[in-house]
Design a protein around this ligand. Sequence first.
Ligand code: SF4
Ligand code: SF4
Length: 95
Amino acid sequence: MKRLSIEERLGTTVFDQFEEPHITVDNRLCVDCVEKPCLNTCPSRLYTLHEGVLTFQYEGCVECGTCRVVCHNGGNKAVRWTYPHGGLGVRYREG
Ligand code: SF4
Ligand code: SF4
């Protein structure tokens, strides 16, 4: 069996986006977050800084939960994290 690279695996992934974000970020709390671990740990790079302001987009989230863990442990607890409703969100088609 052919071993797929991470990029090839992610290329097989399907997203059925729910209209409401399953993750929200209160970026007022991010102002005082010195380390901002979400920036370097989200595998989909959905957390970014624009002119010093933390921004987040939920489309493309692979639901790994990393941002919740790092924000609640090393950040400022700005992330509110749930799974998307009704089986929406990411669907993996390759192990
Ligand atoms: S880790 Fe949490 S509090 Fe810190 S910048 Fe990221 S989302 Fe904001
Ligand atoms: S759950 Fe994972 S992929 Fe989704 S935003 Fe958080 S770190 Fe990024």
